[in-house]
Design a protein around this ligand. Structure first.
Ligand code: HEM
Length: 164
């Protein structure tokens, strides 16, 4: 699947950090849409959608669009091999975490769209349950990056900050 590249390019790096920043907003600022969705499910009519609820929907669609671009680049350009100095188990965990994170940036927006625009209960259940898997994967990914940077000293962060 991946070509032999020695690093991420500028677009891959920008997409990584832009998506990460947008996700912070989606996780921190979702209270309004949760409240509005509850009211709608109780049969109330919402005259004008609050800005934070609109933001959650629009940024979700933006994340989905950027995710398509990101995976397209991942498949066509590739990504560097995992750094040396990792055990086989660490490599499996890193790969598995990356795949889960890629899946999550599709599953979360698509299930949100299904719940909001399609009124599907199953989509709502996926959206509210999968967020825990997503958060756990982000935490694992973050701890892995910090561990590699400061304990294994592989300078991994540089791979996601300096384009090649
Ligand atoms: C502060 C938080 C984060 C840090 C420090 C971080 C750091 C990194 C680093 C250093 C890499 C390169 C790994 C390597 O070259 O082997 C990487 C890759 C990756 N990151 Fe993050 N990241 C963060 C947040 C996120 C978030 C929120 C996502 C959610 C989508 C994410 C998704 C990914 C994916 C999917 C890869 C693999 C890219 C590939 O090789 O295909 N990261 N991250």
């Amino acid at each position: 699947m991946s070509n032999k590249v020695t690093g991420y390019n500028r677009t891959q790096i920008i997409l990584h950090w832009v998506i990460a920043a947008l996700l912070v907003f989606q996780f921190v600022g979702n209270g309004t849409i949760v409240g509005v969705y509850e009211l709608i499910n109780k049969g109330e009519t919402i005259e004008s959608l609050p800005i934070l609820a609109r933001g959650h929907i629009l940024l979700g669609i933006l994340i989905l669009t950027l995710a398509v671009w990101r995976v397209y680049l991942r498949l066509t350009r590739g990504a560097p091999d995992l750094p040396d100095g990792k055990s086989a188990a660490q490599k499996v965990i890193a790969k598995f975490t990356h795949i889960t994170l890629y899946a999550a940036i599709f599953i979360m927006p698509l299930s949100g769209i299904g719940a909001w625009f399609g009124g599907q209960e199953i989509a709502d259940t996926v959206h509210t349950t999968f967020k825990f898997v997503f958060l756990a994967s982000i935490a694992l990914h973050f701890v892995g990056a910090v561990y590699q940077q400061h304990v294994l000293k592989t300078n991994i962060i540089r791979r996601m900050t300096k384009a090649e």
